[in-house]
Design a protein. Structure first.
Length: 316
């Protein structure tokens, strides 16, 4: 229902060139140019101007996109109202989440939504926020590290990103990060270790490059060192196996379980001079305006309740 030419204009803003915008939207550059010319005729003002080899938006274009954001939110609210009117058929909810969130949050949460047909994907090699912008998923569950530092920090707020936002944000879980070492490691008898004391260790790059690994590298930088990374894996079972067989140490979220027979030892991680425990924050992101959609609202409530359940039972 929203003019597709607005999407082309937003893509030019995000990429800086007509060619890059065309690649982003999987269309030809001539299509993007045609959209821009047509939209300029409609609004009666130039929308882009050349800057070297790139282009930039004019003030008129910024006004158009500001209103386009509001239009998209209104359309999401319209879809929510229509969904509330439909009583026949089974509702569908699509969730894209990092693997550890699928284990700890998503699966236990959606088990309490038997009336909803839930589709869950890790989407490790896809842009989850682009999927959200394109309505290919309804809820994204990922880490704080996915977004720039300017993103909103509290539940129920709106965060704008370069991925097609703004989004509405819900805090789900604040989870400590531990370090795991192989049986026989000199630290295996300890219960707690400072991150800076691990600067000389060989590390396994654990988890998604865009979030878990980004968070790991940021924590190491804060502790004053660059980690020596020799191996990496996405699957937490593979990461635990690499540690078990002595290939390195790794960060492990508290909610990831270790089979006792592996002999892998988990240590609480902290800073040497304080009681601060490095942690990660799992958040849910939805399109602005879609929180009133009954199916999305039910999914958010189930995810939030599971986060509270983990906190209340002492799991984290």
């Amino acid at each position: 229902m929203i003019d597709p030419r607005l999407k082309s204009l937003a893509a030019v803003r995000d990429t800086g060139t007509v060619t890059a915008a065309a690649a982003l939207l999987h269309v030809t550059p001539s299509t993007i140019s045609q959209h821009l010319r047509g939209l300029a005729r409609v609004v009666g003002a130039d929308l882009v101007e050349p800057v070297g080899r790139n282009v930039r938006l004019t003030p008129a274009a910024e006004v158009v996109l500001a209103h386009a954001t509001a239009l998209n939110a209104e359309w999401e609210a319209t879809l929510a109202d229509l969904a509330a009117l439909r009583s026949a058929g089974r509702a569908r909810l699509r969730i894209s989440a990092v693997a550890s969130a699928i284990v700890a949050l998503v699966c236990p949460a959606v088990a309490r939504l038997p009336e909803i047909a839930v589709e869950i994907g890790e989407d490790a090699v896809r842009d989850r926020f682009r999927m959200l912008a394109e309505s290919e998923t309804d809820i994204v569950v990922t880490l704080e590290a996915t977004l720039p530092d300017s993103a909103a920090d509290s539940a129920g707020t709106t965060a704008t990103t370069d991925d097609g936002g703004p989004w509405e944000v819900r805090e789900l879980l604040t989870e400590p990060l531990d370090v795991i070492v192989e049986p026989g490691h000199p630290l295996a008898g300890n219960e707690r270790v400072g991150l800076s004391a691990l600067a000389a260790e060989t590390w396994i790059g654990a988890g998604d490059l865009r979030d878990q690994k980004a968070l790991f590298l940021r924590l190491c930088a804060q502790a004053g060192f660059t980690p020596h990374l020799r191996h990496d894996a996405l699957d937490w079972g593979a990461i635990i196996a690499l540690v078990e067989y002595g290939h390195g140490i790794a960060l492990l979220p508290r909610t990831i379980r270790i089979a006792p027979e592996s002999g892998v030892h988990r240590l609480e991680l902290g800073w040497p001079d304080s009681h601060t425990v490095p942690h990660r924050r799992l958040r849910a992101y939805i399109r602005a305006g879609s929180a009133s959609h009954p199916t999305i609202a039910a999914g958010l409530e189930a995810l939030t309740a599971q986060g509270r359940r983990l906190a209340d039972t002492g799991t984290v």
